[in-house]
Design a protein around this ligand. Structure first.
Ligand code: 5GP
Ligand code: MN
Length: 339
């Protein structure tokens, strides 16, 4: 995004507009934090702003300021489509290919609105007029802060905006421990705390709301953990039956994949989660160092993401998916053991 782009955007936002902001499907802390942070910022200029999520998000995000105004496209389709089709501007945040919005893809493509992408994933598509894409960023929330800064408006950041943006920085950096965390990330987090983000309370709201069943599910996942030492790999499976047994709710499996990576000498971790309703196995990959799970997932599991964190899916059974994974791994042994 050039200085000229910023001037154009500034001009555009100089008069009241109808604006829609969209996160990716199954939005996480960064997707909800960034869209709602931008929402509160834009509301200050008398724009009509609506965040429209492709679908619902986990309960541990259902306290973020403004989340009660979010429309869910899958259950509020008609109202959402109307807003999308008559919008002047659509911001797409925390994703960079329209298919990441699931069923919203067609109406987003159809809409004549000017599109602005803010995102930190690799290999952006070029559906947007203005693209602020930077894979070195910890999170889209960090980028929304920088976007507001580019517009010369950091003094407009209030407690609501600061709280929203802090959520995504915290969740996408694994509470400031992943390698995507930079000195800039910490500086921005510090600024957000000064502007009113209650860091301890935010951490508490997101991470300390476990239910007994969620911990039991974690126990089950850890029981299922397997390691493949020669590939420095650990993987976890969760079948639909196991999910049902522990009364699985959206978000309950978030972060479980990271346990594999905490093992000594393991640099690739995966979790395979059966979803009978969608007819897929949802996969999360995490890695350490230069091994790119983005490339791995793109090549074999219709996914993508970042070098060290990516998602993917498979339409085969849980067993067949895991077998495919195990059969592919040896071709990567050299890369995995060079790390
Ligand atoms: P997670 O494993 O937590 O679902 O996702 C890890 C990262 O990869 C996130 O940044 C997420 O946005 C991205 N991601 C997850 N699933 C997919 C996918 O199917 N395609 C692409 N391109 N990215 C994904
Ligand atoms: Mn993100």
């Amino acid at each position: 995004m050039t200085q000229q782009d910023i001037e154009h955007i500034k001009q555009l936002l100089g008069s009241p507009k109808q604006i829609v902001i969209v996160p990716h499907k199954n939005p996480d802390g960064d997707a909800m934090g960034s869209t709602l942070g931008l929402y509160h910022y834009l509301k200050k200029f008398n724009h009509e702003v609506t965040v429209i999520s492709p679908n619902d998000y986990p309960d541990f995000l259902k306290w973020i300021p403004g989340e009660n105004t979010v429309l869910k496209h899958d259950s509020q389709t008609r109202g959402s489509n109307n807003l999308i089709l008559k919008a002047d501007i659509i911001f797409t945040l925390d994703f960079n290919a329209l298919h990441r919005t699931g069923n919203m893809e067609s109406v987003l493509s159809e809409s004549k609105a000017l599109k602005i992408m803010i995102d930190h994933h690799q290999a952006p598509d070029d559906y947007a007029k203005y693209i602020f894409s930077d894979i070195s960023m910890s999170s889209t929330c960090e980028m929304v802060y920088l976007f507001i800064d580019k517009l010369g408006d950091t003094e407009k950041i209030d407690t609501h905006i600061a709280t929203c943006l802090y959520v995504g920085i915290m969740t996408d950096t694994g509470s400031f421990r992943f390698s995507c965390t930079t000195s800039q990330t910490h500086r921005i987090a510090a600024n957000l705390i000064e502007k009113g983000a209650n860091n301890s309370q935010i951490h508490n709201n997101v991470y300390d709301t476990n239910t007994y069943e969620k911990l039991q599910l974690l126990g089950c996942a850890l029981n299922n953990l397997k390691i493949i030492p020669e590939s420095r790999t650990a993987y976890i499976t969760l079948s639909q039956e196991e999910l049902n047994k522990y009364n699985y709710k959206k978000g309950d499996t978030e972060g479980i994949v990271n346990y594999g990576l905490s093992l000594n000498n393991i640099i690739l971790a995966a979790i395979f989660i059966e979803d009978k309703q969608e007819g897929i196995v949802k996969i999360s990959f995490r890695s350490k160092g230069n091994f790119s799970v983005n490339e791995f997932s793109r090549a074999h599991f219709e996914g993508g993401g970042h070098t060290n964190a990516a998602g993917g899916k498979s339409y085969s059974s849980l067993n067949d998916t895991v077998e495919k994974f195990i059969s592919i791994l040896p071709t990567y042994n050299k890369a995995l053991n060079n790390e």
